[in-house]
Ligand binder design. Structure first.
Ligand SMILES: Nc1ncnc2c1ncn2[C@@H]1O[C@H](COP(=O)(O)OP(=O)(O)O)[C@@H](O)[C@H]1O
Ligand SMILES: Cc1cn([C@H]2C[C@H](O)[C@@H](COP(=O)(O)O)O2)c(=O)[nH]c1=O
Length: 236
């Protein structure tokens, strides 16, 4: 029985890797599929994983009718599955089209995306996926907050400072782990340099990013849990 499955987690938890692995596993068993994405970080119509894998995909645009696009191709040569990356950026109507592909054509749909934005608000596409999916799955690999807890939320920083207001969609990457100019930095002109960082809820609420958590006297009155109580880090 075909399914609509939504694999959802924070940024940098391995969703695109899993999307490519899913495609690979189905393809090597002789199943036919299509790959879709929207606004991939690479800037191309590609599903790209930070592990270095990448495959070309079809770009979903504002007006793409996924039902029409997939059913047309399916009529020419039957399709078994569709992989949809960056699904948080899809329009709710496009998510409904994906559900119809499952129900009316028996095509499996594997959608991958972050659930919530940097303000902890649901993306409309993700909200519709949660509402319609047969299953919502959390990828096995956990992204970690700087404190060692599981990262559950996405933070946006502009010029290194965490922000909680702004445009919902700003394509970008998480900063590099080392010093110097971090990888994934996106300069968006007037706005400043935008980066993302994954945090546990506690540190998202307190607006404590890695840089602020490290810094003494950050003005929040929050104790740095790494120094105050190592047990709280919940590292093994
Ligand atoms: N150099 C590396 N060595 C091993 N694993 C890495 C490396 N760089 C990234 N990763 C893994 O890749 C994951 C990110 O995968 P990716 O599919 O790009 O994430 P997502 O699509 O969820 O943003 C990281 O959580 C980490 O586990
Ligand atoms: C939190 C958040 C993220 N984005 C963008 C940033 C990236 O381009 C993608 C997520 O990609 P990933 O493969 O899951 O790392 O989403 C955004 O536009 N707005 C946000 O609030």
């Amino acid at each position: 029985m075909a399914e609509l499955v939504f694999f959802s987690g924070t940024m940098d938890c391995g969703k695109s890797t899993l999307a490519l692995q899913t495609d690979h596993n189905h393809r090597v068993q002789g199943r036919r599929g299509l790959l879709f994405t929207r606004f991939d970080r690479s800037g191309a119509a590609t599903i790209s994983s930070r592990l270095g894998l990448a495959r070309p995909a079809l770009e979903v645009g504002d007006t793409t009718d996924l039902w029409a696009e997939v059913s047309r191709r399916h009529a020419q040569e039957p399709l078994d599955y569709v992989v949809c990356d960056e699904a948080q950026f899809y329009d709710p109507e496009q998510v409904e089209q994906l559900a119809r592909l499952v129900d009316d054509l028996g095509i499996d749909v594997f959608a991958f995306g972050i659930t919530a934005d940097f303000r902890t608000r649901l993306f409309p596409g993700s909200a519709r996926l949660v509402e319609l999916a047969d299953r919502v799955q959390v990828p096995q690999v956990e992204a970690l907050c700087w404190c060692g807890r599981r990262a559950t939320h996405n933070a946006r920083t502009v010029d290194g400072v965490m922000v909680v207001a702004g445009e919902q969609v700003v394509v970008g990457d998480v900063g590099g782990a080392g010093g110097g100019q971090p990888e994934g930095t996106l300069d968006v002109g007037d706005v400043g340099t935008v980066e993302y960082e994954v945090l546990c809820r506690r540190h998202h609420v307190r607006r404590q990013t890695k840089a602020r958590g490290d810094g003494p006297g950050d003005g929040t009155g929050v104790v740095d849990v790494r120094r105050a109580d190592p047990a709280e880090r919940q590292l093994p």
